[in-house]
Design a protein. Structure first.
Length: 283
């Protein structure tokens, strides 16, 4: 059994940065990080959603549409899919993946204050977004409000850096360059690794039949430099580095790629990952 901790979130780490998925960051995120750490989990959660043949589906924190694309391919033609994200530049990348004929609606929206009527959906999905919400409990309550009775709520979070070495090694390299004031963004995606607080929050929000699965994967990475570039240029970490100055981001990319291959090998690099998937039904 995992240790129970207080369910909290360091808003000073992320909320000022969450709005900075701008410029070229969404493109680097999609091209360099997507195929390595997001695509396989996206295919899995999309398959799970499609199993119940929902007709009205909402995705929150859709980002660049990695899950959205998998969902549209997996859902039946009758399904209506709405994809939302707080960052409009991310949604612009997502929109480019769909033709006008495909039944997908994109809308900027805050997952903790959804602009939809009560009971508007029979499935809500959020992959790797909960960690960035300033109030997780509000996000769960909003999901329950927007779901019909018996509707499904599926979301995933990253497990701790112990099981995701790209975070641990990234922090190690960054702290080497900024020992007195290291940027903290790489800690934020791993802020929801404790299971019990999330389960309790789901129960309090009105969910039942909660199942939790720990999903471990190992990904072959053919180009560690490109992946390191995604970690640096494809997240708000880039903005944090630019604010501090003194070190070129390309220098950090080179050091990070070297450290990744030193520990995880090369040709290909073998990257372990671990996520936690939650599935629940609206009571």
């Amino acid at each position: 059994m995992r240790r129970v901790v207080v369910f909290r979130f360091e808003t000073d780490i992320v909320m000022s940065d969450a709005a900075r998925f701008v410029g070229d960051i969404p493109t680097h995120y999609d091209r360099s990080l997507g195929p390595v750490i997001f695509d396989d989990y996206a295919a899995d959660i999309a398959r799970r959603v499609a199993e119940s043949a929902p007709t009205d589906v909402l995705e929150t924190a859709a980002g660049t549409g990695i899950v959205t694309r998998k969902l549209r391919d997996a859902l039946g033609p009758q399904a209506r899919l709405t994809a939302t994200d707080l960052n409009e530049p991310m949604l612009e990348v997502a929109k480019s993946k769909f033709s006008a004929e495909e039944q997908v609606t994109f809308r900027p929206a805050n997952a903790t204050a959804l602009p939809f009527a009560d009971g508007a959906f029979d499935a809500i999905i959020c992959q790797f977004g909960l960690m960035f919400f300033p109030d997780k409990a509000d996000a769960h309550r909003e999901a329950r409000r927007a779901l019909r009775r018996g509707g499904r709520y599926l979301f995933s979070v990253w497990d701790s850096p112990r099981y995701n070495p790209f975070s641990r090694l990234g922090l190690e390299v960054i702290e080497r360059f900024f020992p007195d004031d290291p940027p903290q963004f790489l800690r934020a995606p791993f802020s929801c690794a404790e299971i019990d607080p999330i389960k309790e929050s789901l129960i309090d929000a009105g969910f039942m039949d909660i199942t939790v699965s720990v999903q471990s994967r190992v990904k072959d990475v053919a180009n560690p430099v490109d992946f390191a570039k995604g970690l640096v240029f494809g997240s708000p970490l880039f903005e944090q580095l630019r604010e501090r100055g003194g070190v070129r981001a390309e220098t950090i990319v080179e050091a990070l790629a070297e450290r990744l291959t030193e520990e995880l090998g090369q040709n290909p690099m073998r990257l372990p990952m671990q996520a936690i998937l939650y599935e629940a039904r609206a009571a």
